[in-house]
Design a binder for this molecule. Structure first.
Ligand code: GLN
Length: 211
C-alpha cells in the first residue's frame, strides 16, 4: 500500500519532508486547506516557528479540524516546531500559542539556549536498526515531561560537553503520533520518515479491518 501523507505547507521545510516521504514509499500532498487535509492518511508538521504556525493554522481555519483528526487517530509526525504544536503544553511559549495535542508531553521552546542555538549530535534511536542517527537541532525544544503512554525514542547522549542538555528527551512516540526535536529531513537518512510511513500504513490497515 502506498499511503497518502500530507505535509502541512504553511511554513518550514515542506519540500525536504516531501522528498524524504517519497523515498520512504508515500504519495505526498501539500496541505494548506481543509479539503486537502481530508484526503491524507497521515500528516507531517515541519519545523519553523511554532507561534507563527499556530497563528497560521487559525487563519487557514485548520486548527480545530486538525485537532479533531489527531484525536480521531490520524497519524502525525512533528519535527521541532511541529513537536511543539503536538505537545499538550509548551513552556516559554506565547500566551496565545495554541496546542494541537496528541502527545502527552510538556516541551520547552528554545530549550538548548543561545550559545548552542544550532548543533548536531549522533543519537541512539529506538525504533529502527542501523548506526546512530545523525540529528540536526535548530533552536530546538526538548521534552521536559512525558505521560504514561509516551515512549521515549531518543535522548541527547550524556557527555561533559552536553552540560544541561545531557539525557534530555528529543524523540517520542505515543500511539500514532511521532515527534522529534530535530530535523530528520535535512540529513538524507530517511529512517525516521520510513518509521512514520510504516505507522501510517499500520493505522490504515487497522481502519480497513474496522470497516
Ligand atoms: N524555536 C522554534 C519554535 O519555538 C522551533 C525551531 C524549529 O522548528 N527549527 O517554534
Amino acid at each position: 500500500m502506498r499511503p497518502v501523507v500530507g505535509v502541512l505547507a504553511l511554513q518550514g521545510d515542506v519540500r525536504e519532508h516531501a522528498a524524504m516521504l517519497e523515498q520512504a514509499g508515500a504519495r505526498v500532498l501539500p496541505v494548506r486547506r481543509l479539503s486537502e487535509l481530508s484526503e491524507v492518511d497521515g500528516l507531517v508538521l515541519p519545523g519553523g516557528e511554532s507561534t507563527t504556525m499556530s497563528r497560521l493554522l487559525e487563519s487557514f481555519e485548520l486548527l480545530e479540524p486538525l485537532r479533531v483528526r489527531i484525536a480521531d487517530g490520524m497519524p502525525a509526525f512533528g519535527s521541532c516546531a511541529g513537536m511543539i504544536l503536538l505537545a499538550r503544553q509548551a513552556l516559554d511559549g506565547r500566551p496565545d500559542q495554541q496546542q494541537l495535542g496528541g502527545l502527552d508531553i510538556v516541551v520547552r521552546r528554545n530549550a538548548f539556549g543561545r550559545q548552542v542555538d544550532s548543533f548536531e549530535e549522533d543519537l541512539e534511536f529506538t525504533g529502527f536498526d542501523g548506526p546512530p542517527l545523525h540529528a540536526v537541532f535548530i533552536r530546538a525544544p526538548w521534552v521536559e515531561k512525558v505521560g504514561d503512554g509516551v515512549e521515549v525514542l531518543a535522548r541527547v547522549p550524556d557527555s561533559q560537553a552536553a552540560g544541561d542538555a545531557a539525557d534530555r528527551i528529543v524523540a517520542v512516540r505515543q500511539g500514532a503520533v511521532l515527534a522529534t526535536a530535530f530535523h530528520p529531513e535535512l540529513t538524507g537518512d530517511e529512517r525516521v520518515h520510513r518509521l512514520f510511513v510504516d505507522m501510517v500504513r499500520e493505522a490504515g490497515s487497522q481502519t480497513m479491518e474496522e470497516r
